[in-house]
Design a protein around this ligand. Structure first.
Ligand code: IPM
Ligand code: MG
Length: 354
C-alpha cells in the first residue's frame, strides 16, 4: 500500500528518536512491499524558532492531509521564558484539537524481560498486567477558559465536558473492552466534580448497550492507589484528559520505563497521531543515549490503527521483544548482566530483526 506519513520530530531528543522510528518503518515498507513517504514538519520549540509559533497552519494542514502523523517530543528549558500562548506544549495541544483526535490509547504492559525495572514488589506483578488507558484528549480543563486577574493574584481554569464528548470516548472504551477481557473501569471524581457526574451518568447509560462488558466506577484518587496495589485488576480504563495524563505516567512507571511507552490518538476516521508518552529529555539530548523504543512502538500502533497493517505492526513489536530478549538495553532500562547500547544502535538492532 501507499501511505503518506507526516513526521514531527520536535525538540531535544525528538529528532534522535524519530530517526530510528523512520528507519524501522522504512525497513517494514521494504520487507512487505509498501511505499511510505515521510514528510517532516516542525512542531513545538522547533516551530517557535523557525516561524514564531508552536504550530503553523501549514503544518496542521499537512497533518490533516496525511494518512498518519508520528511525533517525537516537544518542549524544554530553551522556551521556558516564552509567553504561555506560544509555549511548545501549546503546539501539541492545538495539533490534537486540530486533528480532532479525541481518543488517546496508552497501553501499559510489563515486558517480561524488564520485570526487574518495575518498582512494584514481585508478588504484586505476579499476575499479568495488561492495561489499556483510554484518555479523552480534546476536552476537559486542558481546553477550558483560563483567567488570571489583572493584579495577577487569582487564576481560574475551567473544566468542561459535554455528553457527546464523553459518549464518543466511552463507546470506544466499551468496544475495546469487548475485544479484550471484557472489563471497563471508568475513572472520575464524581463525589466532587459536576463534570465527573455527567461523565458517570453517561457511562452508566451506555453500559446498558454493552451487557457483555463488566463496568466498574472508581474515583481517581482510589484508582491511583489501586494501580500500584493491584494493577492486574484492570483491563480498559476510561478517563478524562487531566486524570488520564496523571494515571498514564503512573502506569508507565509501573511498566518500568517511560521510554518504552507508545501511544495512539484517534478520531472518527483512521487518521491518527502517534507519539511516545515521554517528554523531550533535555538532559540527555544529543548524546545518543535516548531510548527510541517508545517512538518505534508508536510506529507499530500507526501501522495497526491508521494503515490497518496488523502483521507489520506485530513484526515491529516482535522485533523489539527479541532485541530485549537478546539483552540489549538503552541506559534508562539497563540492569546488570545486560548490554548497554545507544539510541542509534537500538534502532539498528530492531531494524535488523524485521
Ligand atoms: C502527555 C504530556 C502532554 C499532556 C504535555 C506535554 C502537554 O504530558 O502527552 O501526557 O499533558 O498531554
Ligand atoms: Mg503527560
Amino acid at each position: 500500500m501507499e501511505a503518506r506519513i507526516v513526521t514531527l520530530p520536535g525538540d531535544y531528543i525528538g529528532p534522535e528518536i524519530m530517526r530510528e522510528a523512520v528507519k524501522v518503518l522504512t525497513r517494514v515498507a521494504e520487507k512487505y512491499g509498501h511505499s511510505f513517504t515521510f514528510e517532516e514538519h516542525a512542531l513545538g520549540g522547533a516551530s517557535i524558532d523557525a516561524y514564531g509559533e508552536p504550530l503553523t497552519t501549514e503544518t496542521l494542514a499537512a497533518c490533516n492531509a496525511a494518512d498518519a502523523v508520528l511525533m517525537g517530543s516537544v518542549g524544554g528549558p530553551k522556551w521556558d521564558g516564552v509567553p504561555a500562548n506560544v509555549r511548545p506544549e501549546k503546539g501539541l495541544l492545538a495539533l490534537r484539537k486540530g486533528m480532532q483526535v479525541y481518543a488517546n490509547l496508552r497501553p501499559c504492559r510489563i515486558h517480561p524481560q524488564l520485570a526487574g525495572a518495575c518498582p512494584l514488589r514481585p508478588d504484586i506483578i505476579r499476575e499479568p498486567i495488561d492495561i489499556m488507558i483510554l484518555r479523552e484528549l480534546t476536552g476537559d480543563i486542558y481546553f477550558g477558559k483560563r483567567f488570571r486577574s489583572e493584579d495577577r493574584t487569582q487564576a481560574t481554569d475551567e473544566m468542561a465536558y459535554s455528553v457527546a464528548e464523553v459518549e464518543r470516548l466511552a463507546r470506544i472504551g466499551f468496544e475495546m473492552a469487548g475485544k479484550r477481557r471484557g472489563k471497563l473501569c471508568s475513572v472520575d471524581k464524581a463525589n466532587v466534580l459536576e463534570c465527573s457526574r455527567l461523565w458517570r451518568e453517561t457511562v452508566q447509560r451506555l453500559s446498558k448497550e454493552y451487557p457483555q462488558v463488566e463496568v466498574s466506577y472508581m474515583y481517581v484518587d482510589n484508582a491511583a492507589m489501586q494501580l500500584i496495589l493491584r494493577p492486574s485488576q484492570f483491563d480498559v480504563m476510561i478517563t478524562g484528559n487531566l486524570f488520564g495524563d496523571i494515571l498514564s505516567d503512573e502506569s508507565a512507571a509501573i511498566a518500568g520505563s517511560l521510554g518504552m511507552m507508545p501511544s495512539a490518538s484517534l478520531g472518527d476516521g483512521t487518521r491518527g497521531l502517534y507519539e511516545p508518552i515521554h517528554g523531550s529529555a533535555p538532559d540527555i539530548a544529543g548524546r545518543d543515549i535516548a531510548n527510541p523504543l517508545g517512538t518505534i512502538l508508536s510506529g507499530a500502533l500507526l501501522l495497526r490503527h491508521s494503515l490497518g497493517l496488523e502483521q507489520e505492526a506485530a513484526a515491529i513489536e516482535k522485533a523489539v521483544s527479541e532485541v530485549l530478549d537478546a539483552g540489549y538495553r538503552t541506559p534508562d532500562i539497563y540492569s546488570e548482566g545486560t548490554e548497554k547500547v545507544g539510541c542509534i544502535r537500538m534502532g539498528d538492532l530492531v531494524t535488523e530483526r524485521i
